[in-house]
Design a binder for this molecule. Structure first.
Ligand code: BDR
Ligand code: CA
Length: 316
Protein backbone atom coordinates (compact mmCIF):
# COMPACT_ATOMS: atom_id res chain seq x y z
CA UNK A 1 0.00 0.00 0.00
CA UNK A 2 1.29 3.42 -0.77
CA UNK A 3 1.85 5.82 2.12
CA UNK A 4 0.07 9.14 1.84
CA UNK A 5 0.25 12.41 3.79
CA UNK A 6 -2.23 15.23 3.19
CA UNK A 7 -1.29 18.82 4.08
CA UNK A 8 -4.61 20.67 4.28
CA UNK A 9 -6.27 23.94 5.27
CA UNK A 10 -9.52 22.11 5.98
CA UNK A 11 -11.84 23.68 4.17
CA UNK A 12 -14.69 22.06 2.24
CA UNK A 13 -12.78 20.75 -0.77
CA UNK A 14 -9.98 19.73 1.63
CA UNK A 15 -12.61 17.63 3.43
CA UNK A 16 -13.45 16.04 0.08
CA UNK A 17 -9.73 15.34 -0.39
CA UNK A 18 -9.72 13.43 2.93
CA UNK A 19 -12.78 11.46 1.85
CA UNK A 20 -11.22 10.63 -1.53
CA UNK A 21 -8.03 9.37 0.13
CA UNK A 22 -10.03 7.22 2.57
CA UNK A 23 -12.24 5.84 -0.19
CA UNK A 24 -9.43 4.99 -2.60
CA UNK A 25 -8.12 1.41 -2.62
CA UNK A 26 -4.53 0.55 -1.66
CA UNK A 27 -3.81 3.81 0.15
CA UNK A 28 -2.45 4.09 3.66
CA UNK A 29 -3.19 7.63 4.88
CA UNK A 30 -0.50 7.87 7.56
CA UNK A 31 -1.23 11.40 8.74
CA UNK A 32 -2.72 14.80 8.08
CA UNK A 33 -0.83 18.03 8.54
CA UNK A 34 -2.83 21.17 9.24
CA UNK A 35 -2.12 24.33 7.34
CA UNK A 36 -3.70 27.80 7.54
CA UNK A 37 -5.78 29.28 4.74
CA UNK A 38 -9.49 28.64 4.43
CA UNK A 39 -9.48 28.84 8.23
CA UNK A 40 -6.78 29.40 10.86
CA UNK A 41 -4.49 26.46 11.48
CA UNK A 42 -6.11 25.32 14.75
CA UNK A 43 -9.61 25.38 13.28
CA UNK A 44 -8.40 23.47 10.23
CA UNK A 45 -6.85 20.81 12.48
CA UNK A 46 -10.12 20.44 14.42
CA UNK A 47 -12.03 20.14 11.15
CA UNK A 48 -9.70 17.35 10.01
CA UNK A 49 -10.33 15.48 13.27
CA UNK A 50 -14.09 15.94 12.89
CA UNK A 51 -14.13 14.75 9.28
CA UNK A 52 -12.02 11.70 10.13
CA UNK A 53 -14.39 10.86 12.96
CA UNK A 54 -17.44 11.29 10.73
CA UNK A 55 -15.84 8.85 8.30
CA UNK A 56 -14.97 6.29 10.98
CA UNK A 57 -11.18 6.80 10.96
CA UNK A 58 -10.09 7.85 14.43
CA UNK A 59 -6.75 6.08 13.91
CA UNK A 60 -5.15 8.67 11.61
CA UNK A 61 -3.04 11.29 13.45
CA UNK A 62 -3.49 15.00 12.77
CA UNK A 63 -0.54 17.40 13.25
CA UNK A 64 -0.40 21.18 13.02
CA UNK A 65 1.99 22.89 10.67
CA UNK A 66 2.94 26.55 10.42
CA UNK A 67 0.29 29.11 11.36
CA UNK A 68 1.29 31.72 8.79
CA UNK A 69 3.83 32.47 6.07
CA UNK A 70 7.35 33.28 7.18
CA UNK A 71 7.40 36.66 5.43
CA UNK A 72 7.17 39.89 7.39
CA UNK A 73 3.89 41.00 5.81
CA UNK A 74 2.10 37.77 6.61
CA UNK A 75 -0.69 39.37 8.62
CA UNK A 76 -1.54 41.73 5.77
CA UNK A 77 -1.58 38.92 3.31
CA UNK A 78 -3.34 36.17 5.21
CA UNK A 79 -6.95 35.72 4.21
CA UNK A 80 -9.45 33.25 5.52
CA UNK A 81 -12.24 32.26 3.13
CA UNK A 82 -15.39 32.50 5.24
CA UNK A 83 -17.38 33.57 2.19
CA UNK A 84 -16.71 30.33 0.34
CA UNK A 85 -16.15 27.74 3.07
CA UNK A 86 -18.23 29.29 5.88
CA UNK A 87 -16.95 30.81 9.12
CA UNK A 88 -16.13 27.34 10.50
CA UNK A 89 -14.57 26.13 7.22
CA UNK A 90 -17.11 23.35 6.75
CA UNK A 91 -20.13 25.20 5.43
CA UNK A 92 -21.49 26.17 8.88
CA UNK A 93 -22.45 22.53 9.41
CA UNK A 94 -22.19 21.31 13.01
CA UNK A 95 -20.14 18.20 13.57
CA UNK A 96 -19.58 16.76 17.07
CA UNK A 97 -16.48 17.86 18.98
CA UNK A 98 -13.68 15.38 18.29
CA UNK A 99 -13.04 12.67 20.87
CA UNK A 100 -9.26 13.01 20.54
CA UNK A 101 -6.60 15.71 20.22
CA UNK A 102 -4.10 17.03 17.75
CA UNK A 103 -0.65 15.37 18.04
CA UNK A 104 2.06 17.20 19.99
CA UNK A 105 4.80 16.83 17.37
CA UNK A 106 4.93 19.59 14.74
CA UNK A 107 3.62 18.83 11.27
CA UNK A 108 6.91 19.87 9.71
CA UNK A 109 8.89 17.38 11.84
CA UNK A 110 6.33 14.66 11.17
CA UNK A 111 6.81 15.22 7.42
CA UNK A 112 10.60 15.14 7.63
CA UNK A 113 10.55 11.92 9.71
CA UNK A 114 8.09 10.30 7.33
CA UNK A 115 10.27 11.07 4.30
CA UNK A 116 13.29 9.62 6.08
CA UNK A 117 11.29 6.52 6.95
CA UNK A 118 9.39 5.84 3.72
CA UNK A 119 11.38 7.70 1.03
CA UNK A 120 10.11 6.89 -2.47
CA UNK A 121 7.09 5.04 -1.05
CA UNK A 122 5.73 8.30 0.32
CA UNK A 123 3.30 10.59 -1.49
CA UNK A 124 2.55 14.10 -0.20
CA UNK A 125 -0.44 16.12 -1.35
CA UNK A 126 -0.43 19.76 -0.18
CA UNK A 127 -3.79 21.43 -0.81
CA UNK A 128 -3.17 24.64 1.11
CA UNK A 129 -0.23 27.07 1.20
CA UNK A 130 3.21 25.48 0.71
CA UNK A 131 4.60 26.93 3.93
CA UNK A 132 5.03 23.54 5.65
CA UNK A 133 6.77 21.87 2.73
CA UNK A 134 9.10 24.86 2.26
CA UNK A 135 9.93 24.81 6.00
CA UNK A 136 10.62 21.07 5.87
CA UNK A 137 12.95 21.42 2.87
CA UNK A 138 14.74 24.30 4.57
CA UNK A 139 15.28 22.24 7.71
CA UNK A 140 16.16 18.97 5.96
CA UNK A 141 17.11 19.71 2.32
CA UNK A 142 17.73 16.03 1.54
CA UNK A 143 13.99 15.29 1.67
CA UNK A 144 13.52 17.17 -1.64
CA UNK A 145 15.10 14.29 -3.53
CA UNK A 146 14.16 11.49 -1.12
CA UNK A 147 10.37 11.85 -1.29
CA UNK A 148 8.48 9.72 -3.84
CA UNK A 149 5.70 11.97 -5.10
CA UNK A 150 4.50 15.50 -4.40
CA UNK A 151 1.29 16.53 -6.13
CA UNK A 152 -0.04 19.89 -5.01
CA UNK A 153 -3.21 21.90 -5.58
CA UNK A 154 -2.25 25.43 -6.45
CA UNK A 155 -1.39 27.91 -9.13
CA UNK A 156 -2.73 28.74 -12.56
CA UNK A 157 -0.84 28.72 -15.83
CA UNK A 158 -3.33 29.05 -18.68
CA UNK A 159 -6.16 30.78 -16.79
CA UNK A 160 -6.15 33.79 -14.42
CA UNK A 161 -5.92 33.40 -10.66
CA UNK A 162 -8.95 33.26 -8.38
CA UNK A 163 -7.74 35.79 -5.79
CA UNK A 164 -6.10 38.28 -8.13
CA UNK A 165 -5.63 38.28 -11.90
CA UNK A 166 -2.39 36.38 -11.24
CA UNK A 167 -2.71 34.48 -8.02
CA UNK A 168 -4.52 31.32 -7.04
CA UNK A 169 -5.54 31.27 -3.34
CA UNK A 170 -3.05 28.71 -1.99
CA UNK A 171 -0.09 30.30 -3.74
CA UNK A 172 -1.29 33.77 -2.74
CA UNK A 173 -1.01 32.87 0.96
CA UNK A 174 2.74 32.32 0.64
CA UNK A 175 4.26 32.87 -2.79
CA UNK A 176 7.80 32.81 -1.40
CA UNK A 177 7.29 29.35 0.05
CA UNK A 178 5.82 28.13 -3.23
CA UNK A 179 8.76 29.60 -5.10
CA UNK A 180 11.25 27.97 -2.74
CA UNK A 181 9.59 24.58 -3.31
CA UNK A 182 9.30 24.87 -7.10
CA UNK A 183 12.87 26.06 -7.56
CA UNK A 184 14.29 23.37 -5.25
CA UNK A 185 15.48 20.01 -6.63
CA UNK A 186 12.09 18.52 -5.69
CA UNK A 187 9.99 17.03 -8.50
CA UNK A 188 6.30 17.79 -8.31
CA UNK A 189 3.03 17.79 -10.19
CA UNK A 190 0.93 20.94 -10.21
CA UNK A 191 -2.83 20.59 -10.18
CA UNK A 192 -3.95 24.18 -10.61
CA UNK A 193 -7.02 26.11 -11.68
CA UNK A 194 -6.30 25.08 -15.30
CA UNK A 195 -7.79 21.68 -14.50
CA UNK A 196 -9.70 22.10 -11.23
CA UNK A 197 -12.09 24.71 -12.65
CA UNK A 198 -13.03 22.15 -15.29
CA UNK A 199 -13.88 19.49 -12.74
CA UNK A 200 -17.19 20.40 -11.16
CA UNK A 201 -19.62 18.83 -8.73
CA UNK A 202 -23.31 19.75 -8.70
CA UNK A 203 -26.27 19.30 -6.38
CA UNK A 204 -27.30 16.32 -8.47
CA UNK A 205 -24.35 14.40 -7.02
CA UNK A 206 -24.77 15.63 -3.45
CA UNK A 207 -28.42 14.50 -3.63
CA UNK A 208 -27.14 10.98 -4.30
CA UNK A 209 -25.19 11.16 -1.00
CA UNK A 210 -28.26 12.47 0.80
CA UNK A 211 -30.32 9.61 -0.57
CA UNK A 212 -27.97 7.09 1.07
CA UNK A 213 -29.68 7.86 4.39
CA UNK A 214 -26.43 7.76 6.38
CA UNK A 215 -24.99 10.43 8.68
CA UNK A 216 -21.86 10.88 6.55
CA UNK A 217 -23.93 11.10 3.35
CA UNK A 218 -26.19 13.74 4.82
CA UNK A 219 -23.46 15.82 6.49
CA UNK A 220 -21.27 15.83 3.39
CA UNK A 221 -24.25 16.81 1.25
CA UNK A 222 -24.95 19.74 3.63
CA UNK A 223 -21.30 20.82 3.69
CA UNK A 224 -20.79 20.61 -0.07
CA UNK A 225 -24.13 22.23 -0.93
CA UNK A 226 -22.90 25.33 0.93
CA UNK A 227 -19.79 25.34 -1.28
CA UNK A 228 -21.78 24.77 -4.47
CA UNK A 229 -24.06 27.68 -3.56
CA UNK A 230 -21.05 29.92 -2.88
CA UNK A 231 -19.61 29.06 -6.29
CA UNK A 232 -22.87 29.57 -8.12
CA UNK A 233 -23.43 32.91 -6.37
CA UNK A 234 -20.09 34.15 -7.68
CA UNK A 235 -20.31 32.57 -11.12
CA UNK A 236 -23.63 31.11 -12.18
CA UNK A 237 -22.14 29.82 -15.42
CA UNK A 238 -20.35 27.13 -13.48
CA UNK A 239 -23.45 25.47 -12.04
CA UNK A 240 -21.29 23.61 -9.53
CA UNK A 241 -18.21 23.80 -7.32
CA UNK A 242 -14.64 23.08 -8.38
CA UNK A 243 -13.15 19.86 -7.01
CA UNK A 244 -9.75 21.51 -6.47
CA UNK A 245 -8.30 19.49 -3.62
CA UNK A 246 -9.76 16.03 -4.24
CA UNK A 247 -8.55 16.28 -7.85
CA UNK A 248 -5.00 16.73 -6.56
CA UNK A 249 -5.36 13.52 -4.53
CA UNK A 250 -6.81 11.80 -7.58
CA UNK A 251 -3.87 12.84 -9.76
CA UNK A 252 -1.37 11.82 -7.08
CA UNK A 253 -2.85 8.31 -7.08
CA UNK A 254 -3.56 8.10 -10.83
CA UNK A 255 -1.61 10.63 -12.94
CA UNK A 256 -3.48 9.53 -16.08
CA UNK A 257 -6.44 11.72 -15.07
CA UNK A 258 -4.51 14.71 -16.43
CA UNK A 259 -2.27 15.71 -19.32
CA UNK A 260 0.80 17.60 -18.17
CA UNK A 261 3.56 19.67 -19.67
CA UNK A 262 7.10 19.59 -18.26
CA UNK A 263 8.41 22.95 -17.09
CA UNK A 264 10.67 24.71 -14.70
CA UNK A 265 8.47 27.08 -12.74
CA UNK A 266 8.95 30.21 -10.67
CA UNK A 267 6.48 31.99 -8.47
CA UNK A 268 6.53 35.78 -8.53
CA UNK A 269 6.48 37.55 -5.20
CA UNK A 270 6.92 41.15 -6.25
CA UNK A 271 4.06 43.54 -5.56
CA UNK A 272 2.63 43.71 -9.10
CA UNK A 273 2.33 40.04 -9.98
CA UNK A 274 2.38 38.47 -6.52
CA UNK A 275 1.50 34.78 -6.63
CA UNK A 276 1.88 34.23 -10.37
CA UNK A 277 3.07 30.72 -11.30
CA UNK A 278 4.95 30.87 -14.58
CA UNK A 279 7.69 29.16 -16.61
CA UNK A 280 11.20 30.12 -15.51
CA UNK A 281 12.98 31.82 -18.40
CA UNK A 282 16.28 31.50 -16.54
CA UNK A 283 16.07 27.71 -16.68
CA UNK A 284 14.68 27.13 -20.17
CA UNK A 285 17.50 24.79 -21.09
CA UNK A 286 17.74 22.87 -17.86
CA UNK A 287 16.10 19.56 -16.97
CA UNK A 288 12.58 20.20 -15.74
CA UNK A 289 11.11 19.41 -12.32
CA UNK A 290 7.43 20.36 -12.48
CA UNK A 291 4.67 18.60 -14.38
CA UNK A 292 1.94 21.18 -14.89
CA UNK A 293 -1.55 19.79 -15.44
CA UNK A 294 -3.25 21.46 -18.39
CA UNK A 295 -6.05 19.06 -19.37
CA UNK A 296 -8.24 16.69 -17.37
CA UNK A 297 -10.38 13.67 -18.16
CA UNK A 298 -13.15 15.08 -16.01
CA UNK A 299 -15.78 12.45 -16.76
CA UNK A 300 -13.57 9.56 -15.73
CA UNK A 301 -12.37 11.47 -12.67
CA UNK A 302 -15.89 12.35 -11.56
CA UNK A 303 -16.98 8.74 -11.96
CA UNK A 304 -14.10 7.57 -9.78
CA UNK A 305 -14.70 10.35 -7.25
CA UNK A 306 -18.37 9.40 -6.88
CA UNK A 307 -17.55 5.71 -6.62
CA UNK A 308 -15.01 6.21 -3.81
CA UNK A 309 -17.04 8.73 -1.82
CA UNK A 310 -20.41 7.03 -2.19
CA UNK A 311 -18.97 3.70 -0.99
CA UNK A 312 -17.42 5.41 1.99
CA UNK A 313 -20.54 7.37 2.91
CA UNK A 314 -22.66 4.22 2.61
CA UNK A 315 -20.73 2.67 5.48
CA UNK A 316 -20.81 5.69 7.78
C1 BDR B 1 -7.76 26.42 -3.22
O1 BDR B 1 -7.97 27.45 -2.25
C2 BDR B 1 -8.69 26.94 -1.16
O2 BDR B 1 -9.69 27.83 -0.78
C3 BDR B 1 -9.29 25.64 -1.59
O3 BDR B 1 -9.42 24.76 -0.50
C4 BDR B 1 -8.30 25.14 -2.61
O4 BDR B 1 -7.24 24.45 -1.99
C5 BDR B 1 -8.42 26.82 -4.53
O5 BDR B 1 -7.84 27.98 -5.03
CA1 CA C 1 -7.40 23.79 0.32
Amino acid sequence: KRKLILDLDTGIDDSLAIAYALGAPDVDLIGIIGSYGNVLVEAGGQNSLKILELLGHTDIPVYLGESHSSTSDHFDRMQVSADIHGENGIGQVDLPDPQRSIEKESGVDFLIDAVHKYGKDLTLVPTGPMTNLAAAIKKAPEIATEIGNVTFMGGALTVPGNVTAYAEANINQDAEAANAVLTSPLHSTMVGLDVTLRTLLTKKETQQWRDLGTVAGEKFADIVDYYIQAYVDVNDNLGGCALHDPLAVGVALDPSFVTTIDLNMVVNYNKETYGRTIGDDNRLNEPTNVKVSVMVDKDRYLKTFMEYLTNLFKQN
